[in-house]
Design a protein around this ligand. Structure first.
Ligand code: HEC
Ligand code: HEC
Ligand code: HEC
Ligand code: HEC
Length: 174
């Protein structure tokens, strides 16, 4: 793997060089996810505590989805991680469970207030407004042998109970 970063500039240059290789290595990742860095739910929570999205997400099964992986073999099995974890940060920290960025895209380039406030700009920088397809990659995906059979997936029903509160739904419509 890549050595520990010394200066941010070195990190940026190295990332620009390394990321195409990572893309080739991991076909499961989408182009968008590979193009932006994951930052983790803690960072999203700084601004999304008050609007209720973070605290309500924290109570869902997604927040604890990693706890279903019991053994070290499972916790490092990329197949399990593809549905029970979110991704890796630039510092190689595994983001456990189905965090914000599993549905909204890696936030490294859209999390700043000036970008987030401008919906179109945020989308240009990697923010995903999830649709049924976003969920289906995990909920109608192929599970390993011996895995519990996944229940039928009903987007509207499961969005209502299993995602988080939608405090600004009216404001963001259209
Ligand atoms: C610096 C503060 C800040 C951080 C950090 C932040 N956000 Fe936001 N976010 C905002 C603001 C401000 C809005 C504008 C809407 C609002 O007022 O809630 C917003 C809106 C959104 C929306 C709604 C977009 C729409 O128009 O439907 C989503 C989804 C979102 N943020 C996800 C995230 C995720 C995921 C993260 C972490 C990767 C994150 N945010 C980090 C401040 C932030
Ligand atoms: C394609 C996505 C996907 C993959 C790959 C996957 N899981 Fe899951 N897993 C899920 C979903 C979705 C659920 C929730 C099912 C539900 O709604 O009850 C789940 C639930 C579970 C549960 C709880 C089952 C129960 O009885 O409630 C365990 C344990 C689990 N997974 C372990 C694993 C392990 C171990 C691996 C890797 C060997 C793995 N999963 C791979 C999507 C996946
Ligand atoms: C990265 C993979 C992934 C994505 C994307 C994802 N989920 Fe999940 N979801 C899971 C896993 C894994 C579980 C099981 C967690 C557990 O039981 O601990 C789960 C559990 C759930 C549950 C609870 C099911 C139960 O039996 O209690 C609901 C509801 C749900 N998801 C809805 C959604 C919706 C709606 C979306 C899209 C907006 C979505 N999920 C996107 C992986 C995912
Ligand atoms: C399982 C997938 C999933 C996860 C995980 C998730 N979201 Fe969302 N989020 C959605 C969906 C679906 C919508 C509604 C999109 C739409 O139709 O406008 C949404 C909408 C939002 C909105 C706009 C709210 C509104 O009223 O329209 C904000 C803000 C937001 N999410 C922030 C977050 C933050 C912060 C996290 C992590 C703490 C998070 N989301 C985790 C799926 C997810």
């Amino acid at each position: 793997m890549v050595k520990k970063w010394i200066f941010p500039v070195v990190a940026l240059l190295a990332l620009a060089f390394v990321s195409p290789l990572l893309v080739a290595e991991d076909e499961a990742k989408t182009d968008e996810a590979a193009a932006h860095e994951f930052i983790g739910v803690k960072k999203c929570s700084f601004c999304h505590k008050k609007d209720g999205t973070f605290p309500s997400w924290e109570k869902t099964a997604h927040a604890t989805a990693f706890d279903n992986l019991k053994t070290d073999a499972e916790k490092s099995n990329e197949v399990c991680l593809s549905c029970h974890a979110t991704g890796m940060t630039a510092k190689d920290e595994l983001l456990e469970g189905v965090q914000c960025e599993a549905c909204h895209g890696a936030g490294g380039d859209y999390w700043k207030k000036s970008v987030m406030e401008d919906r179109e700009l945020a989308i240009k920088n990697g923010l995903i407004i999830p649709t049924a397809e976003t969920c289906q990659k995990c909920h109608t995906g192929e599970v390993p042998e011996g895995h519990k059979e996944l229940p039928a997936f009903d987007y509207e029903k499961m969005k209502a109970t299993g995602v988080h509160d939608m405090p600004v739904a009216e404001k963001t419509e259209g």
